[in-house]
Design a binder for this molecule. Sequence first.
Ligand code: CA
Length: 224
Amino acid sequence: MRLLLIEDEPDIAAHLRQRFEAQGYEVITATDGDDGLWHWREQDFDLVLLDLGLPGTDGLTLLRTRRAESDTTPVLILTARNAWQERVEGLQAGADDYLGKPFHFEELRARVTALLRRLGHSDDGQTLRAGDLTLYLDRREVEVDGHLHTLTAAEFALLRALMRRPGQVVDKLALLEAITDDPDARDTNMVEVYVRRLRKLIGPERIQTLRGQGYRLTETDNGR
Ligand code: CA
């Protein structure tokens, strides 16, 4: 499980990093908004912990920027305890949850775990579940109807992006960015090709096309 921690208070950043690493998380830290934005764009994270008051680009602008770029990484914002306007603005900008400062690590950890579980991550960080699909993150395999299929890197990246947001539309650009880091190699036809291949593996009904919008993983769970 990879976390991006964007926090300018060195003591808080060091403490959170150490505590999350002790729990088996991989933590990348950024101490200002611009550095945070760079990491967020360059790498794939399971969750972003975002302080709002940052030097350089502030947290809200950062969040709005990434959401406008179709990024759907779950975000938990850290705000001053009583700053309710900030919390509202943060949620409106696309944050998934928030926590007021100061907080105890255990409370943050519980929020992070709950958020990841809500989005289909298991507690062990090794699998992602949506309906009756299980994606094994450590070995690029998907289990469906009791059968395991090994995925190519691009199929895996695309399915993971859809499984992080089951039932929600993920647009083509976000899927394309999940597949390749190279802007020159980006061609939206790639998304169609990989969606077709994934449908063959997991069943055509599981990935819905919404014309002009993107794709959606349907939440089939066969009564389980
Ligand atoms: Ca701050």
